[in-house]
Design a protein around this ligand. Structure first.
Ligand code: CA
Length: 639
């Protein structure tokens, strides 16, 4: 929080909390506290506690008002003598003669249970052994394969055989790491793992579940995923152990960040320290609700923009985070997203949801929506065009599309195949949502068919295709993912799809019990062909540059579509892609129940994917000029 919380303790030896980004600067002999407020603040009170919750303050100190920061907000600070390690604190600001209420402040780096008090700890002491040697895997954006997961979904069921169920530490266990590396994903996208409000960390034995889209402390890991939420250092150390273990396995760690709204307005740190400064209001003076969660933040204001920039920088520097997925990125403004991009190293991967959940109180043409992804180089957005063309629209689980053999979705799938770039063979007038290309580069498009939101793929297929057989379900599941993983965009999959997960038909499982959300690992044995296909499909992508060229010009030159048929999309990647060992490659996606034929040049071709089996070494041959394509599956061959 560098720009918000000026370190005034220049004469103190900085040993623990990184002074430039802290509201608390701890040393064994004294601790300095600081915050900004609105100009009209009358007083700021600091309370020191022995406990993270309950008890009475052991000390109360008034902060002194000092110079204004660059945005004109006064800074306040106080130095408290003695070794405060292990103590807790709150800040409380008085406006108009009234105290706003105690809170952990804007920039707490450690908190007590449930996050209502800041904690004073030695941050360096939370570093696991070897942390200074922890290296983020250098993976180019075009090579990333994203795996979106929730800590509880992944490990909570006994069938996971993981020890640390529902905890950060599950991702340090060999079985978890082996599963991910065997599958071939190289980036985990963690659902909110910062401190959120909806889970009572004192009642973890009750096994409550939440996705976590209710931010409380943006710069602290969530206590519910630690083995001891009462000890402020534990969640921090365990989070770092998780990052370290994933990095050792060559897996990037990407955080889902939710700066677009807070759990509530009245109890938020933002509101208690600086009333109304962080939130947008409508012209009528009401709090705007573009998030659908009762409020929306105002990224266009310097105070919020700086906050977001410093927060992501902090996660990169302190926790070695490799990327960020911005929840409802369409609430944020374009200049802020570009400023975040500029503030982070190029290898930090950034993408988000290019939409909001309601009308925003900001100029529509300034919002970071999917359609203007081309104005945000180095930032990606989720492609709902191809997602819904495959499985049907978000707002109607019963409506099917390409996977049910329905015609009319071919151009939307073609948009997804090329990474939403301007390709001469995509007729954007026939695309479901986007009427023009929306990326500059294919790596700005996140290719997917399912995520934590709404139904997972199995549930969607069961709901939208009445009478579907298990055999068809598997064929169509694998067909859908073949579109995703042969797309020039960055492929993304929901954790557990490789185990044919379901969520018992629940559309919005954000607070459903574990019984709905948990992965059933025994499915790996029940449906071994499913895992094998996902694994081989991902390997096929990794091993073949043709499927992830990473450059719009190259994709335009080398990828050409064959004539589409109803519920059939076929494309040819020409010989000569730099680094690609195969010559001409043909990919055919057949969503129909009929065997179809396509026309290709005369010759013999080696089949590598047919009838829900993938083998890069070959599954036999086909000969042109007419090639038969099995129903409800993908066919891939090359010469
Ligand atoms: Ca929490």
């Amino acid at each position: 929080m560098k720009k918000l919380f000026m370190a005034i303790a220049a004469t103190l030896a900085m040993t623990a909390l990184q002074g430039a980004e802290a509201q608390v600067c701890y040393t064994p002999t004294a601790t300095t506290f600081s915050t900004i407020t609105l100009s009209k603040a009358q007083a700021v009170k600091l309370r020191i506690y022995n406990e993270g919750m309950g008890g009475s303050p052991v000390k109360t100190v008034a902060l002194r008002r000092c110079a204004a920061d660059k945005n004109g907000y006064p800074t306040w600070n106080a130095q408290v003598e003695g070794d405060l390690s292990g103590k807790f604190y709150t800040l409380d600001v008085k406006y108009n003669g009234k105290w706003g209420g105690e809170c952990a402040g804007l920039a707490a780096q450690a908190v007590g249970v449930n996050g209502h008090r800041g904690a004073i700890i030695d941050m360096a002491a939370t570093n696991p052994e070897g942390w200074s040697d922890d290296r983020m895997p250098a993976i180019d954006a075009r090579d990333i394969v994203l795996y979106e997961m929730h800590h509880r979904d992944f490990s909570i069921d006994p069938s996971s055989e993981l020890k640390y169920k529902g905890k950060f530490l599950a991702l340090t266990e060999p079985r978890a790491i082996e599963h991910l590396t065997s599958l071939g994903v190289n980036a985990v996208h963690l659902l909110p793992s910062f401190d959120y409000a909806s889970i009572d960390e004192t009642q973890l034995h009750n096994n409550h579940y939440n996705w976590g889209y209710d931010p409380l402390n943006y710069n602290v890991p969530e206590g519910g995923y630690s083995t001891n939420p009462y000890d402020p250092a534990t969640r921090i150390r365990e989070f770092k152990l998780m990052v370290q273990a994933l990095h050792k396995a060559g897996i990037k760690v990407i955080l889902d960040v939710v700066y677009n709204h807070t759990m509530s307005i009245g109890e938020s740190n933002f509101q208690r320290i600086m009333p109304d400064e962080f939130y947008r209001k409508t012209p009528q003076g009401e709090y705007s609700n573009g998030s659908g969660c009762s409020n929306e933040t105002a990224s266009e204001r310097p105070v919020m923009r700086d906050y977001m920039i410093e927060s992501v920088r902090y996660w990169v520097n302190e926790y070695h985070i490799d990327g960020f997925r911005f929840d409802l990125m369409g609430i944020h403004d374009i200049p802020t997203m570009n400023a975040i991009r500029a503030a982070l190293p190029p290898h930090i991967f950034i993408y988000g949801e290019g939409w909001s959940a309601g009308e925003c109180a900001h100029a529509a043409d300034q919002l970071a929506m999917k359609a203007v992804t081309h104005k945000m180089p180095g930032i990606g957005a989720f492609c709902d065009d191809m997602r819904d063309a495959l499985r049907g629209p978000f707002n109607d689980d019963h409506q099917a599309a390409f996977l049910a053999g329905k015609p009319g979705h071919e151009e939307s799938i073609k948009l997804g195949i090329v990474g939403a770039i301007n390709h001469p063979q995509v007729d954007y007038s026939k695309v479901n949502y986007s009427k023009s290309a929306w990326t500059q580069q294919p790596t700005q498009m996140i290719s997917y068919v399912s995520c934590h939101d709404d139904m997972c793929l199995v549930d969607r297929l069961l709901t939208s295709i009445p009478g579907i057989t298990t055999d068809e379900l598997i064929r169509l599941d694998l067909l859908a993912q073949t579109a995703v993983f042969t797309s020039q965009g960055v492929p993304f999959m929901l954790s557990g799809e490789e185990m044919l997960r379901n969520k018992k038909g629940v559309h919005n499982s954000y607070c459903s019990p574990d019984s709905v959300n948990q992965l059933n690992w025994t499915n790996l044995e029940t449906y071994p062909q499913v895992f094998a296909y996902y694994k081989n499909l991902i390997a096929l992508r990794h091993n073949h540059r043709a499927f992830h060229m990473g450059d719009a010009g190259l994709v335009t030159r080398m990828l050409e579509f064959l004539p589409s048929q109803d519920a059939l999309v076929a494309f040819h990647i020409k010989a000569g892609v730099p680094g690609e060992p195969w010559n001409d490659i043909y990919v055919v996606l057949n969503g129909s129940k009929q065997v179809r034929t396509i026309d290709v040049p005369q010759g013999n071709y080696t089949v590598v994917c047919r009838n829900i089996t993938i083998n890069e070494n070959g599954l036999g041959t086909v000969s042109g000029p007419i090639v038969e394509v099995p129903a409800q599956s993908a066919l891939i061959f090359h010469n």
